[in-house]
Design a protein. Structure first.
Length: 309
């Protein structure tokens, strides 16, 4: 493992080892990162990515950790947590604004800024935890609106280590999908275009989105929806009608409030959660013939043999 000795030699101040990843995820599961890198500048990010590429170290990204399942054994190689990349700039035009935000900025902070300034477009994001990078990766959204709708361009690091802006017309966004990482390793920043609006209307729209979230578990460890909605169907409804609410493995329980959420009631392991996900998927498939696709991102390898046992 040459990457480790090189990392020791370079003595990068933003890298550490052994950090428990469970503390960086909303589900509260996940073992240690062999190396955790927390870059605070774009230069830090490209330095660690260059090292990983040149030494062939496994590389993982987490932003807010609100849509990931990380193995109990932890992650080998280098896990890059982007929270320190948190710069925001903007340029106002007559009736719009172009906002440049780094990938580690919390969506909630962007929404607060927009509400404060009277910029329209991010209201849907209220209640979505996590960062801009994570939200772009999964094109996060709700009720047909998503972050991709606002994107003008995205700054990426490609597989060869070069930084380049990709324009909107060259990016595919669809429901919980983008092709941003095809041929690219990291989302560094993006430019969003928002309209100048009426602050009262923006606040009222935000309140509407908050009210519509009342049917979801709150204040409990979850990772949001586990499965994507299949075409024309609601995954939550399919899971509910299949009788999945309340199913459990260890401390992992299918929420009684919304069947597409799995709650960690205390000491659930990653394997418990994965086994529960597999059980639910199998039950829905047996009943309806629909194989639900995961929305949550699995990082690393969950040992399948143990999960199945
Ligand atoms: C209570 C709750 C409610 C939620 N509601 C919604 C909702 O309404 N709509 C919705 O879409 N989602 C929802 N989610 C899921 C989640 O919050 C979103 O998907 C969010 O955008 C993920 O952002 P994150 O920073 O936490 O990403 P993470 O979970 O940290 O990462 C998600 C994926 O993105 C990758 N990634 C992150 N940053 C980068 C980067 N800079 N470069 C490359 N790859 C990167 C990671 O490797 C991983 O594969 C909810 C989650 C919770 C807990």
């Amino acid at each position: 493992m040459r990457w480790r000795s090189r990392l020791d030699c370079e003595n990068l101040p933003f890298c550490s080892s052994g950090t428990r990843l469970k503390d960086l995820t909303t589900l509260g599961v996940g073992g240690p990162a062999e190396c955790l890198a927390r870059p605070v500048t774009r230069r830090d990010l490209t330095r660690i990515l260059d090292l990983c590429r040149e030494e062939e170290a496994p590389t993982w990204f987490i932003g807010g950790g609100s849509n990931v399942l990380i193995p109990d054994e932890g992650l080998p190689g280098v896990t890059i947590q982007t929270g320190g990349l948190n710069g925001v700039l903007w340029e106002e035009q007559d009736d719009s604004v172009v906002l440049e935000t780094e990938s580690g900025v919390l969506l909630a902070s962007l929404l607060a800024l927009s509400m404060n300034k009277g910029w329209e477009g991010l209201e849907f994001s209220v209640g979505i935890p996590g960062t801009v990078g994570g939200a772009l990766h999964g094109n996060a959204g709700v009720e047909g609106r998503s972050l991709g709708d606002l994107v003008e361009s995205v700054l990426l690091v490609d597989d060869k280590g070069s930084l380049a802006w990709k324009r909107r017309q060259d990016i595919r966004f669809s429901y919980r999908f983008t092709d941003l990482l095809a041929g690219n390793r990291a989302i560094v920043a993006c430019k969003l275009v928002m309209k100048k609006g009426d602050p009262a209307k923006i606040s009222s729209s935000v309140r509407g989105f908050i009210n519509r979230r009342k049917g979801q578990p709150r204040g409990i460890r979850t990772a949001g929806c586990i499965f994507k909605n299949p075409c024309g169907e609601s995954a939550g409804k399919l899971l509910d009608e299949t009788g999945c609410k309340g199913l459990s493995v260890g401390d992992a329980v299918v929420s009684s409030i919304h069947a597409n959420f799995i709650e960690n009631k205390g000491s659930a392991s990653s394997k418990d959660i994965f086994r529960l996900i597999s059980n639910c998927r199998e039950k829905v498939f047996q009943r309806t013939g629909i194989l639900l696709e995961m929305e949550i991102c699995l990082l690393g390898e969950i040992p399948h043999a143990e999960v199945a046992g």
